[in-house]
Design a protein around this ligand. Structure first.
Ligand code: ATP
Ligand code: MG
Length: 272
């Protein structure tokens, strides 16, 4: 299983004014591809903090490091400077990235969004990447994403705008992860349980996951309904084929439901 980490860059994330939806969206997608993200890190718009977070992730032998945010033209977009510092690489105008940025601004000028086409220093900044970077097309925004191969690790820098993260991930990053992970399929299920506290469920869960590889079961207490405890049990099964994942999921769901009923709980299947 590859080790994947995510670093999100942005003062607004640390201030709490923006919810870090990029980390959760990316991790959900990565999970559906068969891999659990090993760590999320959030740092501010500061070159040294970014460089330190990148260096630490690489020290943990991370195979794929995804960095989001801070690829734009403004003074506070410092991600590539931070990554270059961590890798001791120079920042240089990347020809291919500049072509992509130029094409975007020409199109904006043709559509009348900007008064005239011009490659200003702020626009050239977007195409200034650490040396040996590979730019990736941004289908919905201006800043290209960036792939950097460093020793045995791959670093992928994505913009911060959630719509851009989603489009670039789907088009260019998911196929890379799929290749790293190989053929793995995830089947998910959920049970809603009433009238049994979590402490009574715990031994049932232990028994179900014991001796089963690729099965993850987690209970989520949902408080009380009247005086009755209520909780949800989330099940996910990762296997090399979809049919096997589905079959094991069904087996686990019915084994859990039977054991919970026998212990006096009420069970209902729910959409995960
Ligand atoms: P831009 O070219 O727009 O400056 P950028 O790559 O520099 O893009 P940021 O400036 O970091 O990205 O963020 C752009 C927008 O996306 C901001 O509104 C920011 O709040 C939002 N954003 C950034 N990071 C995240 C995140 N992790 N989760 C959700 N939203 C985010
Ligand atoms: Mg920005």
């Amino acid at each position: 299983m590859p080790r994947i980490e995510i670093i999100c860059v942005g003062n607004e994330l640390l201030m709490g004014s923006t919810v870090n939806t990029n980390a959760s969206w990316l991790s959900q997608k990565i999970y559906k591809l068969g891999c659990v993200t090993a760590r999320h890190t959030v740092v501010g718009d500061d070159v040294d903090s970014i460089a330190e977070a990148v260096r630490e992730a690489l020290k943990r032998r991370t195979d794929l490091l995804i960095v989001t945010g801070g690829l734009g033209p403004t003074y506070d977009d410092k991600t590539l400077k931070g990554v270059a510092k961590a890798l001791r690489r120079k920042l240089e105008v990347n020809k291919e990235a500049l072509k992509q940025v130029e094409a975007k601004y020409r199109e904006l000028a043709e559509r009348g969004v900007i008064a005239k086409f011009e490659l200003t220093p702020s626009r050239v900044k977007i195409a200034t990447l650490p040396s040996k970077s590979i730019p990736i097309r941004n289908p919905v925004g201006i800043a290209p994403a960036v792939i950097i191969n460093y020793k045995t690790s791959k670093i992928i820098c994505l913009p911060g705008v959630p719509a851009e993260v989603k489009a670039i991930f789907t088009e260019s990053v998911a196929p890379i992860i799929k290749q790293m992970v190989g053929d793995l399929f995830v089947a998910e299920g959920c049970l809603e349980v009433k009238s049994l506290p979590e402490s009574s469920i715990a031994p049932i869960l232990d028994k179900v996951v014991e001796r089963r590889r690729g099965v993850y079961v987690k209970s989520h207490p949902r408080g009380f309904e009247g005086s009755e405890p209520k909780l949800e049990i989330y099940i996910s099964v990762t296997k090399p084929s979809k049919a096997e994942a589905e079959a094991v999921k069904e087996e686990v769901l019915s084994e859990l439901a039977t054991a919970i009923c026998e212990a006096g709980g009420e069970v209902r299947r729910k959409q995960p």
